[in-house]
Design a protein around this ligand. Structure first.
Ligand code: SF4
Length: 393
């Protein structure tokens, strides 16, 4: 029988108070009439039952409410999705349930209600503690609202929380980037995600690019912030993710280790492995919330689904797993792709030869410092690997 990886659930809640100019997520500014939360919840629950078909008996290891701004939804909606998940599928005893929340959308006591609904991890979109930069990013909150949100999270006993921060912001100096990371560390979260601002296609920033720091300054920001995070006990385990011991995000680890996940909600993506055939299926939902809600049958919400060709599986695995500092065990590759490790031996040898990968004494294949620096080049080596005969096309 084929190996079947752990199963997670991603729930997309697609509205924000307003659209940030750098954002390429499937997020939409609040309608004037407010969020149609009841209609969206009904569609989500129907979508969840549809996504769970064929996965009966497989335990869910993590649930992630992402967006958009999930904290615009009331705790009872979050609780209803979790209850329905438990009705449809078993859940692991240490189920991780993350809710993304944006400062400025948090009412007093809200996190206590989310906790009571089943949330046990919060990810706060802080981005910066400098109000000038927050304005430039189009964020609705001030640094004071981040600190108020952290106090609310703590008051609810949710110590397992993440702060999202960005660097390389318009006209940001090295000192300002360092001040941001120092403030984040002072707030003692369990996890910090530290991303470089990118001008993504289709965003307002791509159409009217702001003046960003030059590459040398960005490189220095990354290096200095990494150093401060390490000094403060935050271990880097992925390109942008840092955690205290035992506080890595299990949901994201499951993506990077090529686990399975149902993706429900407008524009959500999913990936599941067929327990009988071993085929990997990728799914996608319609992006427009209006279409997602108005579908009269669950099938109409599925905008795309495709079986991943064997020749693409190895690349998709490495695209994810090479982001992890822990590197790759050959056994994990075989379990997650149902391919023999030999099928990638040519690519591994090439990456090692170019100084981008190395074998550790305990038998893991790990990106070198150079490999991490040139991650796109490293990932591209696996793009054309052909399973079955180890040939490169
Ligand atoms: S709050 Fe987040 S999801 Fe919403 S528009 Fe801004 S960056 Fe995008």
């Amino acid at each position: 029988m084929p190996h079947v990886p752990p199963l997670a659930l991603y729930v997309h809640l697609p509205w924000c108070v307003r659209k940030c100019p750098y954002c390429d997520f499937n997020s939409h500014a609040l309608p004037a009439a407010g969020i149609p939360d009841r209609a969206y919840l009904a569609a989500l629950l129907d979508d969840l039952a549809f996504a769970a078909r064929g996965l009966e008996g497989r335990p869910v290891v993590s649930v992630f409410f992402g967006g958009g701004t999930p904290s615009l939804f009331a705790a009872d909606a979050i609780g209803a999705v979790l209850r329905r998940t438990r009705e449809l599928l078993p859940t692991s005893p240490d189920l991780e349930v993350t809710l993304e929340a944006n400062p400025g959308t948090i009412e007093h006591g809200a996190f206590t209600a989310y906790r009571d609904a089943g949330v046990n991890r919060v990810s706060l979109g802080a981005q910066s503690f400098d109000d000038r930069h927050l304005v430039a990013l189009g964020r609705i909150h001030s640094h004071g609202e981040i600190e108020a949100a952290v106090a609310e999270v703590r008051a609810a006993g949710l110590e397992n929380f993440n702060l999202d921060l960005m660097y390389g912001l318009p006209r940001q100096t090295l000192d300002e980037a360092v001040a941001d990371i120092e403030r984040a560390i002072d707030l003692a979260p369990a996890h910090i995600s530290h991303y470089q601002l990118a001008l993504e296609p289709g965003t307002a920033f791509e159409r009217r690019p702001p003046q960003l720091p030059d590459d040398d300054v960005i490189f220095a920001m990354q290096g200095e912030c990494q150093r401060l995070l390490a000094e403060a006990g935050f271990g880097q385990y992925e390109v942008s993710a840092y955690a205290r011991e035992g506080r890595q995000c299990r949901h994201n680890l499951n993506y990077w280790r090529f686990g399975d996940y149902m993706g429900i909600g407008a524009g959500a993506h999913g990936k599941t492995t067929n327990a009988v055939t071993g085929e990997v299926m990728r799914t996608e939902r319609v992006k427009q919330p209006g279409l997602f809600m108005s579908a009269s049958r669950a099938e109409q919400r599925a905008s795309a689904s495709r079986v991943v060709a064997g020749s693409d599986l190895a690349f998709e695995f490495f695209l994810n797993a090479l982001r992890l500092n822990e590197g790759i065990e050959p056994a994990l590759f075989e379990e997650r792709t149902n391919l023999a490790f030999d099928t990638v031996s040519g690519a591994i040898a090439e990456a090692c030869g170019r100084g981008l990968l190395e074998w550790t004494p305990d038998g893991r294949c790990t990106p070198t410092d150079r490999g991490r620096l040139f991650l796109n080049d490293l990932q591209a080596i696996f793009l054309v690997e052909q399973p079955g005969d180890g040939r490169r096309a």
